[in-house]
Design a protein around this ligand. Structure first.
Ligand code: A2P
Length: 281
């Protein structure tokens, strides 16, 4: 590190060899215009991981933000996700093309099946389409979101190909420890969506106390907890100061006692959908 330079953003290596930053910018529920501003600001501030989804309706803005930032496309790790109603082999191929067009890109770094939609039961054929697209070189890495071990086992058994990432809801009030351990054993990288519990965990006494003791913001304490658990976190913010703050988490460490205290917050407080029952198209 040179004098005065910010510490480098820590990275994890995906099972397919590609590297991923441990902090990225989430973009739900930003509009196109908000996303364009937030993404450009984040990239200029040092972010390189950007997360969107067809479902968010802001891929046009995200693509604009990347171009406005002046950062080279090949230096950005761009993720999008397949809309639930587009699952199936041919529909996935078409939906992927449409996402690229909205983003104004000719490849993606990571493409995820957004939800398993078990009643619809098309995620195995959908996964085959992602494997095909990866083989064609139109996306670098393939993964899933909101999948449970039973869904991942099934696509692995059917295709012989395992996702490199599973993106799930995770924050101190919903720490998903059994799932974290399962993914670690499988070598699948976990990404935490709503890593701040949509802001709800920031006021917790344990978080406030640690923030005071470390001279940090509550969000930084929570993001540091994610990093030390070995996951990727994608906090969303439309606020420039917070976007910057959320990346400044690589120059301090939580002790084992701090980690245990944060672990004690767990109360099963799921904020989003349950993968077993979420069926919104
Ligand atoms: P805003 O977008 O107005 O800045 P999550 O990523 O867990 O879904 O949380 C997103 C929520 O947390 C948003 O309401 C966002 O507000 C807020 N947020 C993001 N970063 C910070 C921060 N550093 N401090 C306080 N609130 C934050």
């Amino acid at each position: 590190m040179t004098n005065g330079a910010a510490p480098a953003v820590a990275q994890l290596i995906l099972p397919d060899g590609h590297k991923i930053d441990q902090i990225g910018l989430g973009t739900w529920p930003l509009t196109d215009d908000e996303a364009a501003h937030a993404v450009a600001y984040a990239l200029k501030s040092g972010y390189r991981l950007i997360d969107t989804a067809a479902r968010y309706g802001n891929e046009v803005g995200v693509g604009q933000g990347i171009r406005d930032s002046g950062v080279n496309r090949q230096d950005v790790f761009l993720t999008s996700k397949l809309q639930n109603g587009e699952q199936g082999f041919d529909t996935t191929l078409r939906a992927f093309d449409a996402s690229l067009e909205r983003l104004g890109m000719d490849y993606l770094d990571l493409y995820l099946i957004h939800w398993p939609m078990p009643r619809q039961d098309r995620y195995v054929d959908t996964w085959r389409a992602l494997v095909r697209l990866q083989g064609e070189g139109r996306l670098k890495s393939i993964g899933v979101s909101n999948f449970l071990p039973e869904h991942i086992d099934r696509i692995r058994e059917a295709t012989g190909v395992q996702p490199v990432v599973n993106q799930i809801e995770m924050h101190p009030e919903f720490s998903q420890e059994p799932l974290r351990a399962w993914h670690a054993a499988q070598g699948i990288i976990l990404e935490a969506w709503s890593p701040l519990g949509r802001g709800s965990v920031l006021d917790h006494d344990v978080v406030r106390d640690l923030a005071q003791r470390h001279g940090r913001q509550p969000a930084q304490i929570i993001l540091r907890w994610h990093i030390q658990r070995g996951v990727v976190a994608i906090p969303k913010s439309r606020t420039p100061q917070r976007i910057r703050q959320n990346l400044e988490v690589f120059d301090f460490t939580l002790s084992q006692a701090d980690m245990t205290a944060l672990g004690s917050i767990e109360c099963g407080n799921r904020q989003g959908g349950d993968p077993l029952t979420w069926e919104q198209l």
